[in-house]
Design a protein. Structure first.
Length: 287
């Protein structure tokens, strides 16, 4: 029987665990861990993400500091805000919501955030530590994927994991995390030949490419575990709906476990962001 991996329920567990740890942290250090979230412009999807992140931050007992900047914010103004947040002892984690307006440099912003407060795990220093297997802040979506996999795969060691997509945000970091769990890892992408046959060999299939329902029933191995990172908006019967990179209903009966969209990876990403903020605060206090 196929298991639907309930990301929302698992995320609720993580938030509850973080809330308990935050209570202990406050008693020990007399400090409430704080997360600063920066949103530039009024992108509707980004605004929803930021509201959800702030809500979950407060549910876990952390402080939230929201900074809403206008679309015409200059690079210097954004750089100055990040510098201030880096120096602010009440802020233990900094997240700048991406994508940014086109006139702003995402790479410059990522580089500007202190690695110790980089709860997105995108700073080159943290990326380098991840690649070399050192303790660091790990990107939230891959971290959430690994938590789900460890709940639903008895033994990751030796499994063949195929990652569809090679982004810096998901594809590359999840590949490194899978390697650290002793999986054999293959990354496929838009230039890969025979992508369907490679995917069919996967015990674990991670789809993170941003193409609606790309992965069909004949792409998956019977009994595989499928993690669908894609969140794509489509119009069906004159209604807008969210679908993943996997044709969920087509593959459901063939696999052993699969994440839905929505309700799978999305809630876990936010929960792991909150967890990363607590982790960053602990590191800053030498814990």
């Amino acid at each position: 029987m196929t298991v639907m991996i309930d990301g929302k329920a698992l995320a609720d567990e993580i938030i509850q665990d973080v809330a308990q740890e935050v209570s202990s942290f406050k008693l020990k250090h007399k400090v409430v861990p704080g997360l600063a979230v920066v949103l530039v412009g009024e992108d509707p999807a980004s605004s929803v993400y930021v509201r959800n992140k702030i809500l979950r931050t407060e549910q876990a007992g952390l402080q939230s500091f929201a900074h809403y900047l206008p679309e015409n914010t200059t690079q210097k103004q954004l750089d100055d805000l990040i510098y201030q947040l880096n120096e602010d002892d009440s802020v233990h984690g900094i997240l700048v919501q991406l994508p940014l307006p086109k006139h702003l440099s995402e790479s410059r912003v990522i580089d500007a955030i202190s690695p110790a407060k980089d709860v997105d795990g995108f700073h080159p220093e943290n990326v380098g530590k991840l690649v070399t297997g050192q303790q660091t802040l790990v990107p939230c979506t891959p971290l959430g994927c690994m938590v789900m996999l460890k709940r639903h795969v008895d033994e990751l060691s030796g499994k063949h994991a195929v990652v569809i997509g090679r982004s810096n945000i998901v594809g590359k970091p999840i590949a490194n995390l899978l390697l650290q769990s002793h999986c054999t890892v293959t990354i496929v992408h838009s230039r890969t030949h025979n992508i369907e046959s490679i995917c069919r060999s996967a015990d674990i299939l991670i789809a993170a490419v941003g193409q609606p329902r790309l992965v069909k029933e004949d792409w998956v191995k019977p009994g595989a575990v499928v993690i669908d990172v894609g969140i794509n908006q489509i119009t069906s019967d004159d209604k807008r709906k969210l679908v993943g990179d996997v044709d969920y209903h087509a593959v459901f009966s063939k696999v052993s476990a699969i994440t839905p969209v929505p309700g799978g990876v999305g809630p876990m990403t936010i929960a792991c962001l909150i967890q990363n903020t607590l982790t960053a605060a602990k590191h800053q206090f030498g814990a």
